[in-house]
Design a protein. Structure first.
Lengths: 108, 113
């Protein structure tokens, strides 16, 4: 069993829809990252959080430490949001565990 | 303010050759991480280094792979006697002291003929 589980694996949405991607983990963590990987392969770090909620533009990330769960929300989705979104957790020993990613396609 | 620089972007090697992948962290960053992404698979942690020290290499294959981050110059991921299974995208990330966000390079795509 993977230490980090993401759902869904694949997601197709119409432009403008509200999108939620979920991440559950089974290890104790010091921080959780949400990453975005575009078709060209480059990786961008969207959020790093250890509690509560963060917002950046149309993106919102939340984490519930007790439930070992995080969500990434995209409001008013746009075709340029199409990418793979990866949840990664860092345990207290600075070791990283990655989810397998959620492939998002936003259709105009 | 340059980001994390990886080179080369693409590297082709024949089986048995050596591959050297370079990573220059962001200015002011002293922590470097290497990750591997095999085709159709997720990212996997390989090694975490600080200047002149390997902090965690639990994700590194036991043989043929080594990493260094010298006092001067880029971090190097070295793969000796490459095999077909080494074909992957190798990403480097860097961060500052403490629990800081990691910034990723664009990766090196390694292809083994």
């Amino acid at each position: 069993k993977n230490e980090v589980e993401q759902s869904p694996q694949n997601l197709t949405a119409q432009e403008g829809e509200f999108i939620t991607i979920n991440c559950s983990y089974s290890v104790g963590i010091s921080a959780l990252h949400w990453l975005q990987q575009h078709p060209g392969g480059g990786i961008v770090s969207l959020f790093m959080l250890s509690s509560g909620k963060k917002k950046h533009g149309r993106l919102i990330a939340t984490i519930n430490i007790q439930e070992k769960h995080s969500s990434l929300h995209i409001t008013a989705s746009h075709p340029r949001d199409s990418a793979v979104y990866i949840c990664a957790v860092m345990n207290t020993g600075n070791q990283f565990y990655f989810g397998t990613g959620t492939s998002l396609t936003v259709i105009p | 303010n340059a980001g994390v620089m990886q080179n080369p972007r693409h590297l082709v090697r024949r089986r048995g050759q050596e591959a050297r992948l370079r990573c220059s962290p962001m200015k002011g960053h002293s922590h470097v991480y290497w990750y591997r992404q095999l085709p159709e698979e997720g990212l996997k942690f390989m090694v975490y280094l600080q200047k002149e020290n390997i902090i965690d290499e639990s994700g590194m294959p036991k043989e043929r792979f080594s990493a260094e981050f010298p006092k001067e110059g880029p971090s190097i991921l070295r793969i000796q006697q490459v095999v077909r299974g080494d074909s992957a995208a190798y990403f480097c990330a860097s961060s500052g002291q403490g629990y800081q966000p990691q910034h990723f390079g664009d990766g090196t795509r390694l292809s083994i003929l």
